[in-house]
Design a protein. Structure first.
Length: 343
């Protein structure tokens, strides 16, 4: 059972309110005095209860600096938690019995703050980010050029577009416009950087446009839509469980970096139709990842600030996806056949 250690330091005047709040959702609870006339509570809280606890602290104690709360991940608990404790009890009587659906889907999910901290640092526009983008594009381009799948996987593990993509899905779920803008900006800069670099690279290297590893990024099928949806959902589920960024990167970047790099190579080599098809694959996969990401966040109980905004964002992505599916099945858009040879 995934749990967190929550430490809360409050003024003496807030002790009773804090103790009452913590008793309702803590498996184990301790209290001690600390300097400056304050009290410190240390509580073991099951992961799925951390979200409600932090929200309760904010509502009860406000947003002032008179208190602080820290959430730490626990690797082991001895003696192990027993069922009455897991239910959030102090005296053996469960304070709130989780529903069956909650047990199945969200019992081990991390809190929104933990997820936010995991992705927000990755959307900063820094020289390191741009260098990582270029290196990933170089590895992907050379791997596709030589037809070596293992090299392409190396670019997937680097996953420079992972953070912005997950941040965009998270922003759509919780309705955070500022986070959405930062994620979209960083993602756009990264994507343009990949296109520019691989376009210049294509001028310096020779390659066969029909190399299977490269040409496969220009063919968009309904199966690719399913792959991107599955990748987005798997990536978010792994992120919510605290999986390493490299593991999540394999799930997500598989559908982003290679087609974007292929587009740059084709544009630089004088094959605009193939370049547009690779860009179309990138765009459709990006839309699918966001749809699946938002759905997975919601299924695991991530609370939106306003459901109207969240559902509106999700509906917009779905409309775009339906348009893309119409293009794939109907061979639309300037006479380009997305699933075969250029018309």
């Amino acid at each position: 059972m995934s749990s967190r250690l929550v430490e809360v330091i409050v003024r003496d005047a807030d002790v009773e309110r804090t103790r009452s709040l913590l008793k309702g959702c803590s498996a184990r609870l301790w209290q001690e005095s600390v300097p400056d006339g304050r009290e410190k509570f240390s509580a073991i809280v099951v992961s799925h209860d951390v979200e409600n606890l932090l929200a309760g602290l904010s509502e009860t104690l406000g947003d002032s600096e008179d208190y602080s709360a820290l959430v730490l991940e626990l690797q082991a608990i001895i003696p192990p938690l027993v069922e009455p404790e897991v239910a959030g009890a102090v005296d053996g009587t469960p304070a709130r019995e989780p529903t069956s659906l909650e047990k199945f889907l969200s019992r081990d999910r991390r809190s929104t703050d933990e997820i936010y901290d995991d992705v927000v640092d990755s959307i900063a526009l820094t020289p390191e980010y741009l260098l990582t983008v270029v290196l990933s594009a170089l590895i992907a381009a050379l791997g596709m050029r030589s037809g070596q799948t293992a090299i392409v996987i190396g670019a997937m593990v680097i996953a420079p577009l992972l953070g912005p993509t997950l941040s965009l899905a998270l922003a759509g779920t919780v309705g955070n416009a500022a986070l959405a803008w930062r994620a979209a900006r960083t993602l756009a800069v990264g994507a343009v950087s990949v296109l520019i670099f691989t376009t210049l690279l294509s001028i310096m290297i020779d390659f066969d446009p029909l190399t299977p590893e490269l040409y496969s990024r220009t063919m968009v099928h309904l199966g690719d839509i399913a792959l991107a949806l599955a990748s987005g959902a798997a990536g978010v589920l792994a992120l919510n469980k605290g999986a390493s960024s490299s593991l999540v990167g394999v799930m997500i970047a598989v559908a982003l970096v290679p087609p974007l790099s292929a587009a740059g190579l084709y544009f630089g080599d004088g094959h605009p139709a193939l370049g547009l098809r690779a860009l179309f694959l990138f765009a459709s996969n990006l839309v699918c990842i966001n749809i699946a990401g938002i759905a997975a966040f919601l299924i695991q109980g991530l609370p939106p600030k306003r459901w109207r905004i969240t559902l509106g964002v999700l509906a917009t992505w779905i409309v775009v996806l339906l348009l893309f599916i119409a293009m794939i099945t109907g061979r639309l858009f300037l006479g380009i056949a997305w699933t075969g040879e250029p018309a």
